[in-house]
Design a protein around this ligand. Structure first.
Ligand code: AMP
Ligand code: GLY
Length: 424
């Protein structure tokens, strides 16, 4: 098979690393890819939203299957357009991907299908939003309705912060059109977990629970990022909780989408808060998580291409997913200053220091004549597996310590929450 992967982050590097192991795969292309991906796949300089360009490339190279990494092309309807051109593609249609593309839409569906989530209201008028804040008790969570690269959420401890956030989103258009609508919801207390189901619209297989670390600083302090590290399986979600999530959250959403005339195929990602009253949905995403995918695929024994094909062909009912025992963890190395402003073009040293159980997935890197340099906020995701969580944390952090670039920053506490829980 000729395969095209769309995207250029750590998630896409992990997907390519995994499908390259499939005996079914001959040639892998990636648009646009990154410095690390270019060692495993032919990178082509086509943007992720250039759907016409991607279709004509897929035709020219006789691509048998296209896999979409990021949400933006999915919400733009890339799957519909590929299908109209008789090209096989893994991911939800534009109408189904609206689940991630509009938080107001997602909240409405959750309400309709009784899926537990924070109480909320939607606003386009800032005076009404201000009146809501006056009438309710803080803390509040303000969310821009549309896609904002994980940055469209403002947690407000008091009313003053909420008034300020309403002004930023609805009046100053800090998130552009993504903030034309505003969702205000109750603050939920608890620990977060990401549960990813892969579905053909009827059946689903569920990956082990993963935990992301969204905040930039250790102890979950500071502003949110795209994700600074992840591990799986997260002991926070035991078998009983996973069953509950499947039957009371994922299944009703999948069936609900079908009933709405938006049948869903692809990755159905539930970002959950495990509250004292049980799991509640923070968000649904329409794609693999980044960095959760890195440890999840490191644990996957099944052939990922076979899984993608089962989804595309609607054959998931008797599919058996194989996951290795043990744990996997990914520690993200980021550019100094991220998630704010940062410099690019720093030479990266030590990229060949890993062993067989440790992968160095590239995110924001570029291949230059002088070698691999930084080119983004999240630069690398060092990922490893081990029998115990402690073993893989030790191994991954050892590898991290051998890699350097000017200004490199990483959290030293990825996995600690799980270690505490396991010790208890
Ligand atoms: P979202 O993009 O909706 O997942 O929000 C991004 C992050 O904001 C989440 O991962 C949480 O850390 C935080 N967050 C979102 N909604 C809530 C909420 N209702 N209560 C507490 N934290 C939240
Ligand atoms: N790791 C969070 C996300 O992929 O949305």
């Amino acid at each position: 098979m000729n395969v095209l992967v769309i995207g250029g982050g750590g998630r896409e590097h992990a997907i390519i690393w995994k499908i390259a192991q499939s005996p079914k795969v001959d040639k892998i292309y990636c648009a646009p890819g990154n410095g690390g991906i270019s060692k495993m796949a032919s990178c082509v300089d086509i943007g992720i939203t250039d759907i016409k360009g991607l279709i004509s490339f897929a035709r020219k190279k006789k691509i048998d299957l296209t896999i979409v990494g990021p949400e933006l092309p999915l919400t733009l309807g890339i799957v519909d357009k590929f299908q109209e051109n008789d090209l096989r593609i893994f991911g939800p249609t534009g109408k189904a991907a609206e689940l991630e593309g509009s938080k107001a839409f997602a909240k409405g569906l959750m309400e309709k299908y009784n899926i537990p989530t924070a109480a909320y209201e939607t606003f386009t008028d800032s005076d009404k939003a201000v009146a809501y804040v006056h009438a309710h008790e803080p803390p509040f969570v303000l969310k821009a309705d549309g896609l904002a690269a994980g940055k469209g959420v403002i947690i407000c401890q008091n009313r003053a912060q909420a008034f300020n956030g309403i002004e930023q989103i609805l009046k100053d258009k800090a998130f552009g059109e993504a903030g034309a609508k505003l969702v205000i919801e109750d603050f939920l207390q608890g620990e977060e977990v990401s549960i990813l189901a892969i579905t053909d619209g009827e059946d689903m297989v569920i990956l082990p629970p993963a935990q992301d670390h969204k905040a930039i600083f250790e102890g979950d302090e500071g502003p949110n990022t795209g994700g600074m590290g992840a591990y799986a399986p997260a002991p926070l979600a035991d078998e009983k909780l996973m069953k509950h999530v499947e039957h009371s959250l994922l299944r009703p959403m999948l069936d609900g989408l079908k009933a709405e005339g938006r049948p869903y195929k692809g990755v159905l990602y539930a970002g959950l808060m495990i509250t004292p009253a049980g799991p509640k949905v923070l968000e649904f995403n329409c794609r693999f998580g980044d960095p959760e995918t890195q440890p999840l695929l490191a644990l996957m024994e099944s052939d990922l291409i076979e899984l993608f094909e089962a989804v595309v062909d609607g054959n998931l009912s008797d599919y058996e997913l194989k996951i290795a025992k043990g744990y996997a963890i990914c520690v993200v190395m980021a550019s100094g200053g991220y998630p704010g402003a940062y410099e690019k073009g720093k030479a990266i040293i030590g990229l060949d220091c890993n062993d067989d159980d440790t992968m160095i997935f590239h995110a924001g890197t570029a291949a230059k004549a002088k070698g691999i340099v930084t080119s983004g906020g999240r630069v690398l995701g060092i990922t490893g597996t081990g029998k115990t969580l402690q073993q893989c944390m030790q191994k991954v952090y050892e590898t991290v310590s051998k890699i350097t670039f000017d200004g490199a920053y990483y959290r030293r506490d990825i996995g600690q929450k799980a270690l505490h829980r396991l010790r208890k």
